[in-house]
Design a binder for this molecule. Structure first.
Ligand SMILES: NC(=O)c1ccc[n+]([C@@H]2O[C@H](COP(=O)([O-])OP(=O)(O)OC[C@H]3O[C@@H](n4cnc5c(N)ncnc54)[C@H](OP(=O)(O)O)[C@@H]3O)[C@@H](O)[C@H]2O)c1
Length: 369
């Protein structure tokens, strides 16, 4: 295992951490997951990422049970949700997480998503207090844009040591701004969804490149991908797995070095082209287990209580924030005005439509082009 410094600190975290939003999850598998996490530590992974939200709090409970006797050996990061960003709620969330984690401190406490309604100074005040009393060691953010990151750094008395954000071969938006900024400013990038939820490994058109590189390095496709991501000095990854073979495989991803020319080959092959598409040409469909709005009226009413709401996000977009492009696929047959179907970024899509009254094309990645 290789270790990297957390932000500008001397704390060492494993380049391969473990994401603990296990999916699918069933309480029957609790003991298996506890053993898996203990095995992860034996394999050199000392970094476990959770949130108050994951598995309805069970993710933190599992970590607590797994490491109550080895607390000093692990680095635990967890998060509070954006609706809990007020002073009182941050403190309350932290107490509840500590209880579930069976510990008296959290190594890294992260803001899960920005909350544009509550002044960040208020959230920071709570974090400063938690840090002062020793309940939190370091603070970090997730899903912040560069503008939001610079702003929190400006107003925070404590250093922001990390940014957790999506980064994988098919989502490389951060390479334009956040990655160079974090590298320069000693902020660790914690890359989530590093394996595209496992989908990239099953995509036929990528099989050849992975098979060629796998043969050359005698490594699996996941190892090649994870190694590529951590080849950036400031990046660590947190793949989720409930499978012990995959865990062992992921743990060994740091044991080789990709040649420069292969890094370039991957960079070139997986270049994601972002194009601007008229929002009226994109059909929004609902998919199982993912509630979504089909009309702008629904999005404005926000009956599903998304937080932040599309309307709130639209205000950030008007200030110049746009986290990442939405994902679409080309419809085989044009349906009325629709030429594309929305695959990912449903709230971002409506936020953009609201921000620009449906008159500005939206940055999108076309997945099957
Ligand atoms: N901050 C945020 O807003 C945010 C958002 C999303 C995710 N996250 C964090 O990031 C973590 C990981 O993200 P994710 O679960 O979305 O995506 P991911 O890690 O890219 O993918 C997880 C999937 O990949 C499979 N997998 C893992 N290792 C594998 C291997 N070696 N070979 C083949 N398949 C493998 C897993 O299946 P098996 O179980 O079968 O191995 C699982 O289905 C989460 O658990 C969470 O901690 C954070």
């Amino acid at each position: 295992m290789k270790y990297k410094n957390l932000g500008g600190t001397n704390v060492k975290i494993s380049s391969i951490g473990l994401g603990t939003n296990f999916n699918p999850y069933h309480p029957d598998t609790n003991q298996k997951l506890i053993s898996l996490m203990q095995e992860a530590l034996n394999l050199g992974l000392n970094f476990f990422d959770s949130s108050e939200l994951y598995l309805n709090g069970n993710s933190e409970k599992l970590i607590g049970q797994a490491f109550k006797k080895r607390r000093g050996e692990v680095f635990i990061s967890t998060k509070f949700s954006p609706e809990n960003c007020s002073y009182e709620r941050v403190v309350k969330s932290c107490e509840a997480s500590l209880k579930r984690l069976q510990t008296d401190y959290i190594d890294l406490y992260q803001i899960h998503w920005p909350n544009p309604i509550i002044p960040i100074e208020q959230t920071l005040k709570a974090l400063e207090k938690l840090r002062k009393v020793g309940k939190v060691k370091y603070i970090g953010v997730c899903n912040f844009s560069l503008r939001q990151l610079k702003h929190i750094q400006k107003v925070s008395k404590l250093p922001i040591v990390s940014l957790q954000t999506e980064y994988n071969l098919l989502e490389r938006s951060i390479e334009y701004d956040l990655l160079p900024y974090c590298e320069k400013n000693k902020i660790t990038i914690i890359a989530y969804t590093p394996l595209n939820s496992g989908n990239i490994l099953k995509t036929e058109k990528y099989l050849k490149i992975f098979s060629d590189l796998s043969k050359k390095y005698n490594r699996t496709a996941s190892q090649i991908i994870l190694n590529f991501l951590i080849s950036h000095p400031t990046v660590v990854v947190i793949p989720a797995t409930a499978n012990i073979i995959h865990l062992e495989e992921n743990a060994k991803s740091t044991e080789f070095v990709l040649e420069k020319k292969d890094i370039q080959l991957l960079t070139k092959t997986f270049t994601t082209k972002v194009i601007n598409i008229d929002t009226g040409k994109i059909k929004v469909t609902t998919i199982p287990h993912h509630a979504a709005y089909k009309t702008i009226e629904e999005a404005l009413t926000n009956k599903l209580n998304f937080f932040p709401s599309p309307k709130t996000l639209s205000e950030d977009i008007q200030k110049g924030d746009f986290l990442k492009p939405v994902r679409v696929k080309v419809l085989q047959k044009k349906k009325g005005d629709f030429e594309y179907e929305l695959l990912g970024g449903r709230i971002r899509y409506w936020a953009w439509v609201i921000a620009y009254h449906g008159k500005k094309p939206i940055p999108a990645i076309v997945e099957n082009s």
